[in-house]
Design a protein around this ligand. Sequence first.
Ligand code: NAD
Length: 365
Amino acid sequence: MHEIGRRQFIATTAAVAGGSVLTGLAGRAFAQAPGKKLGVALCGLGSLSTNQIAPALQKTRNCRLAGIVTGTPEKAEKWQKQYGISPKSTYSYDTMHEMAKNKDIDIVYVVTPNALHLPHVQAAAAAGKHVYCEKPLEINTERAQQLVDACKKAGVMLGVGYRLQFEANNQECVRLAKEKVLGDLKVIDANFGFAIGDPTQWRLKKDLAGGGSLMDVGIYCLQTTRMLTGEEPVWISATEVKTDAVKFKEVDETVSWTMKFPSGVITNCMSTYAANGLAGFRAGTTRGWFALDPAYFYGGNRGRRSDGTEINIPVADQFATELEDFAHCVISKRPTKVSGEMGISDVKVLMAIYESIKKGRPVTL
Ligand code: NAD
């Protein structure tokens, strides 16, 4: 998201639940003694790493910021001072393979532009490090598959940064849908967008972003439909509108799409880089409805149910929570719920949405 738009997000400061018993993975050389924290290296020190992930790492009980990968020497110096990172745990994108010798680093969190996820994940995996990768997994299905294959081949774990899979208010809505608390789920309306600034940023470049608002924030609406239905869409009809053909020459500005699911649920979603104020969803059920607005912020997500009950669960820092969970997965060799396969499935659907726009007709999956 755009810098200012992101700053409008409400930060949460609550403590993070979950302790850690580090047992180590068989055959993998962990530097940490049992009970100590897993070392996380951040690859890409942009807005998300600086403002969300590095502060979140300070709140985790089973992870610590142990290394950095950056192309900017001045940033390296600043981060070394701020977080006490040693020069031997500081890498450039070209020296990532040297991490193989660094036992202080267990996990690499890839936070670079979308089309750089593949090379950076490949480098981290080849160095024997577990990988957490930001969304969307990659810019097309083939590259997403290659990324997953690289982790499998290296025998390392892969998780995708779907923070709302760990956010209590979103997960309460999943419970309402699954347990049919207000009847059967029938329709979902989900929207996310912001008015994007700087026309020179990578988010507006197709080769780095893969697409525009859909790839960046539309994926959250897709995740909502995936979480609430527990299904894959089978039919998609999409359309795009551009009001600024110069700024959005390479990528989509506003996308609106409808999806049908096997159970009969129908969803309407919209993503935009043209306007602020859309960041929520409403789910209609046979006996009422439930809704979150906002649903997609870093903190402060809340909503209501048709029976008058408020949905407003105090939550921990979403990035700390997802990292705690991934560290637990690594430690206990438990599969993560935010798997590479889920990442590929989402990219497939995003590609089908673009296909429908291009063909000017619905597509089936
Ligand atoms: P950003 O532009 O602020 O940071 C990107 C970083 O990548 C910068 O440090 C930049 O120097 C580096 N970089 C390396 N090679 C580059 C190149 N060729 N072009 C441009 N930058 C290059 O972006 P960001 O907002 O931090 O987003 C990074 C990733 O995180 C993206 O995949 C994005 O989708 C994802 N993201 C996720 C969330 C979330 O809520 N989970 C929020 C924001 C961003």
